[in-house]
Design a protein around this ligand. Structure first.
Ligand code: AP5
Ligand code: MG
Length: 201
């Protein structure tokens, strides 16, 4: 399965990813975490990304796409993946689709975590990551609205989008995510039973 978690800053993408990768026994790819690793190792990529991240801007698509393409070559991603924070713009979604097409794969499910802005700001101010100042949080939310929110319509049109209420306890939210994922598994096994492969070898 290839699952994408989409949601504004603070919606719980990282928190829920940790649970979902354990539940599905799949690999996790968080572009935000990859950038933070590059920043702490002071790599050239980290230095380039840092200037955008500290302002709450998106890192340019070509930088993100090539980092993701390289990362996906690792064998642990061969059987599936949970994307957290990628794609984050329609051009990134197109780049991912092309990359997966080359491997005869496609996105299975896009899960949106829906949380109101007031709750997001409260959660992020309590966390205090380097990019969690009030000014940067507000700008990240604007950037989400302008550049990432259009992705919801993009994936809705392709029949991939499921929206989950991201409010309540971490367990409550995970229960909702599990219900969506379990339903998807049931649907796909039923469709395999009613349309068995005709391939003979
Ligand atoms: P990224 O690291 O992806 O940050 P983000 O999208 O701003 O999201 P966060 O990680 O802040 O929040 P989250 O949704 O993961 O929530 P979390 O689980 O941590 O990206 C950082 C930056 O990198 C971007 O701004 C951009 O510059 C760059 N970047 C990354 N990907 C990019 C891309 N594809 N293209 C271009 N640029 C890119 O939870 C937040 C807090 O809330 C935590 O303290 C948590 O404990 C708490 N919490 C979670 N769930 C609950 C709950 N149910 N109840 C109460 N508290 C909760
Ligand atoms: Mg995160």
């Amino acid at each position: 399965m290839i699952i994408i978690l989409i949601g504004p800053p603070g919606s719980g993408k990282g928190t829920q990813s940790q649970r979902l990768i354990d539940y599905l026994e799949t690999a996790h790819l968080s572009t935000g975490e990859l950038f933070r690793e590059h920043i702490s190792s002071e790599s050239a990529l980290g230095c380039e990304a840092k200037q955008f991240i500290s302002r709450g801007e998106l890192v340019p698509d070509h930088v993100v796409d090539s980092m993701v393409a390289q990362t996906l070559e690792q064998p642990r991603f061969a059987d599936g993946c949970l994307f957290d924070g990628y794609p984050r713009s329609v051009p990134q979604a197109e780049a991912l689709s092309q990359l997966l097409n080359l491997q005869q794969r496609e996105v299975t499910l896009v899960l949106e975590l829906d949380v109101p802005d007031s709750v997001l700001v409260e959660r992020l101010l309590a966390r205090q990551r380097a990019d969690d100042t009030l000014e940067t949080i507000k700008h990240r939310l604007e950037v989400y609205g302008a550049q990432t929110r259009p992705l919801l319509e993009y994936y809705k049109q392709r029949g991939k989008l499921e929206t989950v209420d991201g409010q309540g306890s971490v367990d409550d939210v995970f229960g909702r995510i599990q219900a969506v994922v379990n339903q998807l598994k049931t649907d796909s096994s039923e469709s395999e039973e009613s349309n068995p492969s005709t391939c003979s070898n």
